[in-house]
Design a protein around this ligand. Structure first.
Ligand code: PMP
Length: 414
């Protein structure tokens, strides 16, 4: 008998038997409110009937087509359909299985298209665990420590995490753009930079919305220097932030958009989108993989789009996100250990600090564990693990938000 590797670190001791909507049930039938959604994946809820039906039908028709060998209908239909939700001009798509692969595909494309070697990523960003994606990731030491050397050609610029700097958002943005300008004439000369890579909301790095003025500043510099702007929308896409894409909170369009997670309601599927003109600069055959654009995953993604549209889930994410933040702010008002509540849509973080402002990882862990004990599954994030984040399925109702806030209040008190 083999056992799972001890390298697997699990956030809760829960073993789930099944999931339905916003709930999962453990082996004894105990019900949990799942405010993790499989790290922001099961946005339509667990086992949404329309997603289940679409996947079941596809399984019985064609499981694996293999897109570098033959083309199949779910892939063609999904590409066409994504045209309805992608920003204007990003009319060419390519599919892979995971967020990390899509991040690497975007870097491959940017280097091919520009002939330049460098990518500028931002402090605290998370872009994945494969060696290339890990090279772009600074959300926490565990992703990078002891596995180097990682992919080269990466430079890091400060991310405008205003709460941590202790400045206003405006001051923080101005400082970070000045530092970026310095980087572009020092360690990462602008003429050598292929791309800026940024998350519209810093995810694993602490749930910090990227200020619109910062995204606008990146766009300006990208245009001035022939640099591509890549939005990593793996966690922020598909309605999560209360708009279809996270970058739509700013008046900025990226050159390349990366999607995964919420795209297929739990089936492994990711993609990149860019203009056809840009995508044509990728060398033919340079992108691919055995399982990319799997037929069942594509069918699930098509059903996911139907559900998001049919049930108004983007608007629901905006409404319930406001309700959730409002409730959490009231809890924080009674608990000075929760120093900041922030987020966009249903991507909300509670940052725990000691009275002198240092990250309080122990308090975050205690609250997280107490919530799980009381039937509310959550995750932590941030370089210090001191941010408790909430990412429920986008189908969450006002009653379920209120129930989660009530459990959270008890957990924090405990
Ligand atoms: N980018 C972002 C913004 C992510 O949040 C994640 C996963 N948390 C990834 C990339 C990597 O995705 P995957 O785990 O599917 O490789």
């Amino acid at each position: 008998m083999a056992r799972l590797s001890p390298a697997l670190k699990q956030a809760t001791p829960v073993q789930v038997a099944r999931g339905e909507g916003v709930h999962v049930f453990d082996l004894d039938g105990r019900r949990y409110l799942d405010f993790t959604a499989g790290i922001g994946v099961t946005s339509t809820g667990h086992c949404h009937p329309r997603v289940v039906a679409a996947a079941q039908e596809q399984v019985a028709t064609l499981i694996h087509g293999q897109y570098t060998t033959v083309m199949h209908q779910p892939l063609v239909r999904l590409a066409e359909r994504l045209g309805d939700v992608l920003p204007a001009g990003l009319d060419s798509v390519f599919f892979m299985n995971s967020g990390s692969e899509a991040v690497e595909a975007s870097v491959r494309l940017a280097r091919h298209a520009t002939g330049r070697p460098l990518v500028v990523a931002f402090d605290g960003g998370f872009h994945g665990r494969t060696m290339g994606a890990a090279a772009l990731t600074t959300s926490g030491a565990k992703i990078r420590a002891g596995i180097g050397p990682l992919m080269g050609g990466v430079a890091f610029a400060p991310f405008p995490y205003a709460f941590r700097y202790g400045w206003s958002e405006e001051e923080t943005v101005a400082f970070c753009l000045r530092e970026l300008d310095r980087l572009l004439v020092t360690a990462a000369p602008a003429a050598d930079v292929a791309a800026f890579l940024i998350e519209p909301v810093l995810g694993e790095g602490g749930y910090v919305p990227t200020p619109p003025a910062f995204l606008a500043g990146l766009r300006e510099r990208a245009d001035a220097h022939g640099i591509l702007l890549i939005a990593d929308e793996v966690q922020t896409g598909f309605g999560r932030t209360g708009k279809f894409w996270g970058h739509q909170h700013a008046d900025v369009t990226p050159d390349v958009l990366i999607t995964a997670k919420g795209l297929a309601s739990g089936f492994p599927l990711s993609g990149i989108a860019a203009s056809e003109e840009l995508m044509a600069k990728a060398w033919p055959g340079s992108q691919g993989g055995t399982y990319g654009g799997n037929a069942v995953a594509c069918a699930a993604a098509l059903a996911t789009l139907d559900v998001i549209e049919g049930e108004g889930l983007v608007a629901n994410a905006a409404d319930q996100g406001l309700r959730l933040r409002d409730g959490l702010q009231k809890v924080a008002a009674d608990h000075p250990g929760i120093a900041d509540v922030r987020g966009l849509g249903l991507m909300v973080g509670n940052e725990f600090c000691t009275p002198d402002g240092a990250p309080d990882t122990a308090a975050a862990n205690r609250a997280h564990a107490a919530a799980a004990d009381k039937g509310l599954l959550l995750l932590t994030c941030g370089p210090h693990g001191n941010v408790v984040r909430m990412i429920p399925p986008l189908i969450v109702t006002a009653e379920q938000v209120d129930e989660a806030v009530a459990i959270w209040a008890e957990a924090v008190r405990a």
